[in-house]
Design a protein around this ligand. Sequence first.
Ligand code: GTP
Ligand code: MG
Length: 249
Amino acid sequence: RKLVGKLTTGCVEFDEMMGGGIETQSITELYGEFGSGKTQVAHQLAVNVQMDREHGGLDGSVIIIDTENTFRPERITQMVKGLSEKYGMELDPEEFLQNIHVARAYNSNHQILLVDSATDLANELKEMGKPVRLLIVDSLMAHFRAEYVGRGTLADRQQKLNKHMHGLLRFGDLFNACVVVTNQVMAKPDAFFGDPTRPVGGHVVGHTATFRLYLRKSKGEKRIIRLVDSPSLPEGEAVVAVTTAGLTD
Ligand code: GTP
Ligand code: MG
């Protein structure tokens, strides 16, 4: 077993809550309402992972499985400029963009297949300067939710989802990579039976995600990130800000 790597979030409190950063060989789930910042955190990690270890990165490249067409290259450029300022370094946004491999998933079956394509690409990049150290699925559940509607389809959906989650875990292990997935919350709070902030995907996602992070909006740019589930770390909260320069303290 390879040594677990830690990827900085760029935020002191957030890193501390995570025991140093986002771990490789694990699935980290970001869930929360629309606009809570899941996609922003994912973009920031896609930048940070390319930095050297001295700056909290993993000297790696990224694969993004984009299911909702929310990847924004301009946003990456802003974040790279943000890091240039933060560290007083001259970083080239174009270089960062070249190390982000985005694949659009058209439906849930395609999404599952893209993990195989990601594996092929990561094998090709393995011997190069920037091996893949981060796989992002944004959003994990959107296609599954749209395609499997009605009670009779749930078992089928969960079986497919289980296969997908295990494919993601395998990728993380194989390449010593972080796997980060975004997830939505239940649309209708069920005041009677449970927690209104429950993520979707049921036990399958719950049991395969190693770290579960609940994001919520606070005042203005502020976001509160709560570590809800982790094998070894205590529960906790971190406050971060989503600014033009990216994710900051
Ligand atoms: P869904 O995918 O809709 O569920 O939401 P999400 O959790 O992925 O939200 P996302 O990460 O897209 O957050 C959107 C919010 O991030 C916006 O409401 C803004 O507050 C902030 N944001 C997005 N882009 C920028 C930007 O370019 N500059 C700044 N300052 N903030 C931004
Ligand atoms: Mg999003």
